[in-house]
Design a binder for this molecule. Sequence first.
Ligand SMILES: [Zn+2]
Length: 267
Amino acid sequence: MSSLDRDTLTEIAEKALTRPSDAMFWDDRLFTTHGAMFHWADNGDDILEESNYLSALALIQGAAGDFADDHVIDGSARHFAFGSLRTIYVQVYEGDVMRCRECDEIAAWAVSRKKHGRRRFLCDSHKDCWEWESERYGLPALAPIKYRPKFTAAFTEAAELAYGLLDYPIIDESDYSEREYERFQSNLNEALEYVQRDFEDDSEQESAAISERAYEGGLGELLGELPDACVDTDKVAAIYREARDAYFTELGNAHLNAPIAGQLALV
Ligand SMILES: [Zn+2]
């Protein structure tokens, strides 16, 4: 059961199904049965947006179960501002939902002429049609009953996730941290390779030892310093150089302090 009340779900449904006026869509289901719930500019650097999008997608597909293929669309489109934009579209109402007999909108009212008679369905704006028809046929209609179209499990899940983001910006904390850490490592390695070009005579073994020392000496603490796991290449260079100096100084001292051949014999 959803933790969101029906009015909130209805409001989110309406927003999700509102078709942007300036765009073309490749699939008839978009903004008719399937509403847009999450976006991700997937050639950008925003790790949080990436993590939230992919985490939401997995959770919504999970909630949809056997209907995942029909109820969830992971769509990709060119966008004038973002380049490539991915969007999760989710089928909002169950397939057997009733539609207004006048305009085909999702129905909001059920009306009939007698208690267990055949029901007719109408949207909010066509609710009055029934009264007109009653007059014409001279049959009184019973008071319209509010019709509550059933939301899909996929939509309910998506709405809860979207609503939850208003309180807390991360859908899956561990997914986000993993992505951030991976991106950081990759950015850091790139920066290290760049600094190491100045020290081409260092052996691979020496470079690895210096890198390790530099990581302990401050590189590791750069995580989280800049947004989206970026690293300050000047800082990386400074820390690496410092670690390299220390490494060779130590190596030199070790060499100087090593017993000179024959020394022992003199003591
Ligand atoms: Zn209607």
